[in-house]
Design a protein around this ligand. Structure first.
Ligand SMILES: NC(=O)c1ccc[n+]([C@@H]2O[C@H](COP(=O)([O-])OP(=O)(O)OC[C@H]3O[C@@H](n4cnc5c(N)ncnc54)[C@H](O)[C@@H]3O)[C@@H](O)[C@H]2O)c1
Length: 268
C-alpha cells in the first residue's frame, strides 16, 4: 500500500466531533496520520472514530480524549459544557464581560495553551499548526462582537507565532471560513437559531448572495485547505490566514455583482 501524505505524523484535532473538525479528522486518518480526536463529550467522539476507521485508520492509530478546551487541566491530557461559547450572539449593547471571557477562552486562549503545551513536540518534529479562525476575523460579523474579536485576535496570534517559530522549522497558519452549514450555525443561539428546515432554507438564500461563488461552503472544502496547510505541499507557507469563503472577503459591498452574464464583448 502507498504511504499517505500524513504517514507517521500525529494530528491533534480539537472540536473533532463537529462539522469541520470531523471532516478534518477523517482527512488526516485517510492520509495515514495517527489521530488524536478530542471534543467535550465521548458520545460525539464515538461517531468520529467510526468515520476515521471508515477512512482507513486502524484502531491503534486513533486516540480519543474527552477534553474541554476551556479547562487548562483538560488540555494537558491531550498530549461539557452544553453551551455554545464559541459563537456568542450580541453587539456592544448586549455583550457582557463574562461573554467576552467565555468566547476568548474557547476560541483564543485554548489555542494559545495547546500551542504552548505542544511546542517541544512541534519543534522536535518540525510540525505545524493550522488554526481554525473565521472570515469574521477579517471583517466583523456585526451582531457577533465577541466572536469577531476572538477570531481577529486568533489571526494575529497565528501570524505572530509563525514569525517566532519560522526558524525553528514550525509553520503556523490559519483558515478563515465563511458560512458553512454546521451546528455552529443551527444551534439555538447561532445565526439560524435552530434546525427548522424552513429557517435553514431562508438563511441559505440570504447568505448565498454574499458569496461571489453563489453558495455556502461545504465542510470538506474547509478541511481540504486545512490538509493542504498541514502537508508538505505548503512547505513555504507560514503566517497565512487564508479565507475559504467563495470570494466573500473580496466583496467590499458584501454581495455578488448584479450581473453574472459572460462579458465576451469586452476586448482587451
Ligand atoms: N460553520 C461555519 O460557518 C464557520 C465559519 C467560520 C469559522 N468557523 C469555525 O470553525 C470551527 C469549527 O466549527 P464548526 O462549524 O465545525 O462547528 P461545530 O459546532 O460543528 O463543531 C464545533 C465542535 O467544537 C466542540 N466544542 C465546542 N466547545 C468546546 C469546548 N469548550 N471544548 C471542547 N470542544 C468544544 C463542539 O462539541 C463541536 O464538536 C470553529 O472554530 C468555528 O468558529 C465555522
Amino acid at each position: 500500500m502507498m504511504a499517505g501524505r500524513f504517514q507517521d505524523r500525529v494530528a491533534i484535532v480539537t472540536g473533532s466531533s463537529g462539522g469541520i473538525g470531523g471532516s478534518t479528522a477523517a482527512l488526516f486518518a485517510e492520509g495515514g496520520a495517527k489521530v488524536v480526536l478530542t471534543d467535550r463529550s465521548i458520545e460525539y467522539l464515538d461517531k468520529v472514530v467510526q468515520r476515521c476507521l471508515d477512512a482507513g485508520a486502524t484502531c491503534e492509530n486513533i486516540l480519543t480524549v474527552t477534553a474541554d478546551v476551556t479547562v487548562p487541566d483538560d488540555m494537558k491530557n491531550l498530549h461539557g459544557r452544553e453551551d455554545y461559547g464559541a459563537l456568542q450572539p450580541g453587539g456592544i449593547m448586549q455583550t457582557t464581560v463574562d461573554d467576552i471571557d467565555a468566547v476568548m477562552t474557547t476560541n483564543l486562549k485554548s489555542a494559545f495553551i495547546l500551542t504552548q503545551l505542544c511546542l517541544p513536540h512541534l519543534i522536535a518534529s518540525h510540525g505545524c499548526i493550522v488554526n481554525v479562525s473565521s472570515l469574521a476575523g477579517y471583517a466583523p460579523a456585526p451582531t457577533f462582537l465577541a466572536y469577531s474579536m476572538s477570531k481577529a485576535a486568533l489571526n494575529q496570534m497565528t501570524k505572530s507565532i509563525a514569525l517566532e517559530l519560522a526558524q525553528k522549522g514550525v509553520r503556523v497558519n490559519a483558515v478563515n471560513p465563511s458560512a458553512v452549514l454546521t451546528e455552529l450555525l443551527t444551534n439555538p443561539r447561532g445565526p439560524i437559531g435552530g434546525d427548522d428546515p424552513a429557517k435553514i432554507d431562508e438563511y441559505i438564500q440570504k447568505v448565498c448572495t454574499a458569496h461571489p461563488i453563489g453558495r455556502m461552503g461545504l465542510v470538506h472544502e474547509v478541511s481540504d485547505v486545512i490538509g493542504f496547510l498541514a502537508s508538505d505541499q505548503s512547505s513555504f507557507v507560514t503566517g497565512q490566514c487564508l479565507p475559504v469563503d467563495g470570494g466573500r472577503h473580496a466583496t467590499m459591498w458584501g454581495c455578488m455583482p448584479s450581473s453574472t452574464e459572460p462579458i465576451n464583448e469586452i476586448s482587451i
